[in-house]
Structure formats: structure tokens, C-alpha cells
Design a protein around this ligand. Structure first.
Ligand SMILES: O=P(O)(O)O[C@H]1O[C@H](CO)[C@@H](O)[C@H]1O
Length: 293
């Protein structure tokens, strides 16, 4: 288990949030995290102000191809936003508290809602490459082994010791996503399901894919869940989507092999629709009384 010096403690997050607030006029209420190859969303922000992760105090660096490594402030459909163009993953070698530090920084800057995207393998055999899955729940495999971003002393200024996770993914935002996707004509490739997180960086074996599928997983990846746990602990509401970039290999006769190049290629092909879905959702939030941003 990591100690409080691993990153993500209150003072460190406060310093980072204050530094950012001193360098931008934007007061974000929406935080966005872009998955592998899905950073195009950051390019949609109006009047963007861009900070390289390497220039932000206490921020880790992005090391993965397809994650630009910059924080972009601006407005999207009139909503003040902060967007991570690239995220951090356990396999990059950072302590789990460090990879989730941006969620606490979001909170301290005033963010209320977090929208996350990721690229994932499809465990559900009905899913096709290019499908977009609304995440309705997760299975935290590293968490089963005690690797949870909230392990260590709890700081009540962020949240309670034992946060509930049965409402991790906001149901109203899921409903809104379904409505918007139907209107946009995306129903044919819109799915919903359970996202399983693993530590990576090796992709899953055939036996692991079969097991995760039997356990109720519809998609598998190496991100998002740690961020959602920390965001929910701090009381922000979360909406997350997976782009199915490859089908998980379940059959010993299959010639398919998961690889990051295929992941980036597929995310590039579907990124425009994901961007449209997110921006239209943001546009709608004001028109729906239940969705106060
Ligand atoms: O989850 P995101 O950041 O989209 O990245 C996904 O893509 C990479 C594998 O190709 C892994 O990092 C996996 O988690």
C-alpha cells in the first residue's frame, strides 16, 4: 500500500489547483478525461488555454502514445470545461494516488461533473469494433488485490472513508446519453455495459478474457475506474464511455491479436461521433432541470 506521500494528498492537490486557477480565467464545472486516441475532444474547446503536463506542478507526465499530455481549459457549448488530453495509467509506474491526482485537482477547481472516455476490448460477443459502450458499472480487478486509489489514510476534506460505489455512474447522464445517441442516429452502435479494469500493460490472455466475461464484464481496459473512484469519493458525478477498439480474443483458434496500433486506428475512426455525443450532451444539460451543471 502506498503512503500519503505517493501523491494526491490535500496540500499537493490544493497547490496544483491554485497554480492553475492563477494561470487561467476559466472556472471549470465540467472535467473531461480523454482516452487513447480520443483526445480530439480537447480540440473542440472554444478559446482554449493549454498547459503541458510537464509545466504543471505535481502533475505526472503522459508516457503513452495517443495521450498528448496536456490540460486544456475553455468552453464547450458555453460550459466552462477542463480537459485532460491524455491520462495516466497504473502500468506507467506511477503510484495509484498519483494517476488519480487530477480528479482531486478538478474538484478543488470547482468541477462538479466528470466525463471520461476510454478505448477498450469487447468481451461481450455481441459487441462490434467501433461500438460505443455507456459504462453502467465497473469491476475493479486491482482493487480486489488492495490496489485502490483510496487506500491509505482518508482525508475527510475530500470525502468519507467508505464511499458508496453502487451509484458510481450517474443514471441521469446515462439516460441523457441514450436520448442524444438516438437523436443523432447512433443507436446501431450504442451499447451499455460493465467495464473491467486490469493493471496492464500486457493485454489479457484468452483464459483471462473468458473469466472476465463470465464475471459479468462487457469491456476490458486499463483505466477510468481509478479516476471514477476518486471522483465519486469527492462527490463529483461521473459519466463514462468505452469505445470498443478490438474484440477480446476468447477462442484458441482465433488469429486475432490485441495491439495498441489497432486501438489507436479504431479510436481515430469513431472519435468524431464520440465528440458529437459528448458535446450534444453538454448542450442539453441546461435544458433538463434534473441535470444542473
Ligand atoms: O483506457 P485508455 O486510456 O483509453 O487506454 C487504453 O488503451 C491502451 C491499450 O491500447 C490502454 O492504456 C488502455 O487502457
Amino acid at each position: 500500500m502506498s503512503d500519503i506521500n505517493s501523491g494526491g494528498n490535500y496540500e499537493e492537490c490544493r497547490n496544483t489547483a491554485d497554480w492553475l486557477l492563477n494561470h487561467t480565467q476559466v472556472r471549470p464545472t465540467v472535467g473531461i478525461v480523454c482516452g487513447s486516441g480520443l483526445g480530439g475532444l480537447a480540440g473542440m474547446l472554444k478559446d482554449p488555454q493549454v498547459f503541458k503536463y510537464s509545466d504543471i506542478p505535481n502533475f505526472p507526465r503522459s508516457t503513452v502514445h495517443g495521450h498528448a499530455g496536456q490540460l486544456v481549459f475553455g468552453t464547450l457549448k458555453g460550459k466552462p470545461c477542463v480537459c485532460m488530453q491524455g491520462r495516466f495509467h497504473l502500468y506507467e509506474g506511477y503510484p495509484i494516488q498519483k494517476i488519480t491526482l487530477p480528479m482531486r485537482v478538478f474538484k478543488l477547481m470547482g468541477v462538479e461533473t466528470v466525463i471520461l472516455t476510454n478505448a477498450a476490448g469487447g468481451l461481450n460477443q455481441d459487441f462490434k469494433v467501433g461500438d460505443i459502450m455507456i459504462i453502467k458499472d465497473h469491476v475493479n480487478m486491482p482493487g480486489f488485490a488492495g490496489n485502490n486509489p483510496l487506500a491509505g489514510p482518508n482525508d475527510d476534506r475530500f470525502g468519507v472513508r467508505f464511499p458508496c460505489m453502487s451509484d458510481a455512474y450517474d443514471r441521469e447522464l446515462q439516460q441523457l446519453a441514450h436520448e442524444v445517441a438516438t437523436e443523432l442516429g447512433y443507436s446501431d452502435f450504442l451499447r451499455e455495459g460493465v467495464y473491467c479494469v486490469l493493471g496492464g500493460p500486457s493485454f489479457e490472455t484468452i483464459a483471462e478474457c473468458r473469466m472476465l466475461h463470465r464475471l459479468g464484464g462487457d469491456a476490458v481496459g486499463m483505466s477510468t475506474v481509478h479516476e471514477v473512484i476518486v471522483a465519486r469519493h469527492a462527490g463529483m458525478r461521473c459519466f463514462a464511455m468505452s469505445l470498443i477498439t478490438n474484440r477480446s480474443v476468447m477462442d484458441y483458434d482465433s488469429q486475432e491479436r490485441a495491439n495498441h496500433e489497432e486501438v489507436l486506428e479504431t479510436s481515430g475512426q469513431r472519435s468524431k461521433q464520440m465528440e458529437k455525443l459528448v458535446t450534444t450532451m453538454l448542450d442539453r444539460l441546461d435544458n433538463n432541470k434534473n441535470n444542473s451543471f
